[in-house]
Ligand binder design. Structure first.
Ligand code: NAD
Length: 311
């Protein structure tokens, strides 16, 4: 496993991170023992970065991750979030930040979080995030409950707005740098580099769009993007390459992201994804993929309050 620094946090994250949303059954029901074995396998192969949220499975993912990490908490860089609690339930107030973290600590069976992000900030008021949510998170940092704080969300321009105006340690971005979408480096990465803010690149498989199984029913991508994704999957297959492995490898090659954060729900997926570490992307195949995706490479979708959305 490779390890990479997250901005100026001093934390070394495994290049492949373990995304916890599947543990909350977000991509379909997962057997509890299977999810426990996935986490144990991840630790065994050197994955140290684990990301979760109270939102995933409405606390189920945190509970499962806490149980699976019991006895091995010291081996993990543990990240969770605050502010999002259900599909339409958000609370970015200082009081809720404090209670949310206390509840997460209990479920995760620990007394500190390595990373805490305000979750899906585009659903909140941007001035509240800057003037209330982040200061409350900073207070938890000074109390030792949290080591580093950040923000997560979809619209890159809102993430940049917040980074420009506040003191955050990292940003978790998703679905903006992968085989089919490439606008992360245009809108966000240069700013993060300048400010020394860490970057986590989540959803390297585009929330399953870049797998043979295809997207879950709730996947929000527009039809054009879905069509191109299935063409990319078919193209990889016609070259005898595993589309999932190509997709993950592509993200591992990002020069600034500390970790490609991939959701996993079985030991088999963990083992499968490890192969990407030693399998470079065929550059001729990548040329063909780049030609296919050119018309959609900055295509995203509306998320959050209209004034916060990139669309
Ligand atoms: P992803 O692109 O990582 O895809 C995950 C899906 O792919 C799951 O269904 C998983 O079972 C499947 N998968 C994994 N490895 C596979 C393999 N080798 N073969 C076939 N299928 C495989 O999407 P994601 O899980 O949404 O994103 C990764 C993580 O990033 C999340 O779990 C979460 O921790 C984080 N995240 C955070 C935010 C946010 O904060 N707003 C948004 C998205 C993701």
């Amino acid at each position: 496993m490779d390890y990479r620094l997250l901005g100026r946090t001093g934390l070394q994250l495994s290049a492949i991170g373990f995304g916890g949303s599947p543990l909350g059954n977000e991509f379909g029901a997962v057997d509890p023992e299977q999810s426990r074995l996935a986490v144990r396998c991840a630790l065994d192969v050197g994955i140290n970065f684990f990301d979760v949220s109270p939102y995933y499975g409405r606390t189920l993912a945190e509970t499962r991750l806490g149980e699976a990490l019991e006895g091995n908490r010291h081996r993990a860089v543990l990240a969770t979030k605050c502010g999002r609690y259900d599909v339409q339930s958000f609370d970015f107030s200082a009081a809720r930040v404090r209670s949310s973290v206390d509840e997460s600590l209990l479920r995760l069976k620990t007394d500190y979080l390595d990373l805490l992000a305000a979750h899906d900030v585009e659903f909140g008021d941007r001035e509240q995030i800057i003037n209330e949510t982040l200061p409350a998170m900073r207070e938890l940092k000074s109390q030792g409950k949290v080591r580093h704080i950040g923000v997560s969300g979809l619209p890159l321009r809102m993430l940049a707005y917040i980074v420009e105006r506040s003191d955050v340690d990292y940003v978790l971005s998703y679905c903006h740098y992968n085989l089919i979408t490439r606008d992360l480096d245009r809108w966000l990465t240069p700013l993060l580099k300048t400010k020394g803010v860490g970057l986590i690149n989540a959803s390297p498989l585009h929330m399953r769009l870049l797998t043979q199984a295809g997207p879950p029913p709730w996947h929000p991508a527009p039809e054009t993007l879905r069509r191109v994704a299935s063409q990319v999957v078919a193209l990889c297959q016609s070259w005898g390459a595993d589309p999932t492995a190509v997709a993950l490898r592509f993200c591992l090659d990002h020069p600034y992201a500390a970790s490609a954060l991939v959701g996993m729900s079985s030991a088999l997926e963990v083992q499968d994804n490890l192969k990407s570490l030693n399998t470079p992307v065929d550059l001729s195949l990548l040329d063909e993929i780049n030609r296919l995706i050119a018309p959609v490479s900055d295509l995203t979708w509306a998320s959050g309050r209209p004034q916060n959305s990139d669309v």
